[in-house]
Design a protein around this ligand. Structure first.
Ligand code: IPE
Ligand code: IPE
Ligand code: MG
Ligand code: MG
Length: 337
């Protein structure tokens, strides 16, 4: 029976459900491997890495590796190890990132640096990155090693560039986009490309890589918007960390450009000045960002990357895996966590 639009049930919000259901068995194996690989006779390694891994996280990047392998018709088991490897690179960067950003909340739990201190977090981050390299070598493919070692080097360089351009209101949008590309988009791109590599489908590599790259750009643009508009309850991380760290992201950059002289002076004091940022400063920053509607611009920018991602895989044959990857993209554009 046909329903009129008015009586149809509301269209459900895009979620990760379709993706997670489709790859459930592989994701379970990946999670088991992740747990096995962080086992260590050094209690601090097991405790600290166990803490951040058990706290969960969305597991988007390894899920993309598993889905892209499925999309490419792969039937072996190399993708499990590589999905774990991708999550290890991600987790290592989170441990380091939370030290650099002085963050206190991650995945709804106190950060490792808050619980064990900066030194332990940096060292266990290094351990996880080393584990990732062991997993790449165990896979044995020089192509995989190239993709993932390039990604690891580019992510680190992106984090350094981000640090170098912080506390400066004169930063250009292109520099900001370059940082996003390096620190986030490259790992999403690699995660997606790996499926085509293990399946030996060279023609699928570039479309999947470009899909992941644009998805990663959109993902980080939304993350930077949520740093002002999200809630700690939903996100599992503290709001306003970027502002407190003097990180000039798109919502702030545009609010500054559109601001009055008085507003510009406020941003300069907070970002470039020496004083500690107060809760009232953050509230004022959020008010200015809302008044200039700049989060809407970030969303538009993210949607434009969403269009690039969709176009990138349009040529690939229809399949349940492709549908799930497209819904993952929709989720990332609409996400609140
Ligand atoms: C956080 O990534 C780091 C960014 C690139 C913004 P996620 O939001 O995927 O983190 P988890 O793994 O779900 O915790
Ligand atoms: C992403 O940047 C960090 C990495 C890709 C390493 P953010 O600093 O915005 O990530 P969150 O917000 O702390 O998760
Ligand atoms: Mg951070
Ligand atoms: Mg962030």
């Amino acid at each position: 029976m046909l329903h009129s639009i008015a009586t149809s049930p509301a269209v459900p919000a895009p979620s990760l459900e379709r993706l997670k259901t489709l790859i459930a068995a592989d994701l379970h194996k990946t999670n088991q491997l992740i747990q096995a690989e962080v086992a260590s006779e050094i209690p601090l390694i097991a405790a600290l890495s166990g803490h951040i891994i058990a706290a969960g996280g969305k597991r988007i990047r390894p899920s993309l590796t598993l889905a892209s392998a499925l999309l490419c018709g792969y039937s072996g088991d190399r993708h499990i190890r590589l999905a774990a490897c991708v999550e290890f690179i991600h987790t290592a960067t989170l441990l380091h990132d939370d030290v650099v950003d002085k963050s206190e909340l991650r995945r709804g739990e106190a950060t490792a640096n808050a619980l064990w201190g900066n030194q332990a977090s940096v060292l266990v981050g290094d351990f996880l990155l080393s584990r990732a390299f062991q997993l790449m070598v165990a896979d044995g493919s020089m192509q995989v090693l190239r993709v993932l070692s390039d990604a690891a080097a580019i992510i680190s360089a992106g984090e350094v560039k981000q640090l170098a351009i912080s506390h400066d209101m004169a930063v250009q949008k292109q520099d900001y986009l370059d940082v996003l590309h390096a620190k986030t988009a490259i790992l999403f791109a690699s995660a997606c490309e790996l499926g085509a590599i293990v399946a030996n489908k060279p023609g699928y590599q570039q479309p999947l890589r470009r899909f992941g790259e644009a998805l990663g750009m959109a993902f980080q643009l939304i993350d930077d918007a949520l740093d002002y508009t999200g809630t700690a309850e939903a996100l599992g991380k503290s709001i306003g960390d970027d502002f407190r760290d003097g990180k000039v992201t798109l919502p702030m950059m545009l609010a500054y450009q559109r601001g009055t002289a008085e507003e510009k002076a406020f941003w300069q004091r907070c970002v470039e000045g020496e004083e500690e940022i107060s809760d009232a400063d953050l509230a004022h920053a959020q008010k200015l960002i809302a008044a200039h509607n700049t989060v809407a611009d970030s969303l538009l920018e993210a949607q434009a990357y969403g269009d690039i991602a969709r176009t990138a895989i349009a040529e690939l044959p229809e399949s349940a895996a492709k549908e799930a990857m497209l819904e993952t993209l929709a989720f990332c554009l609409a996400r609140s966590y």
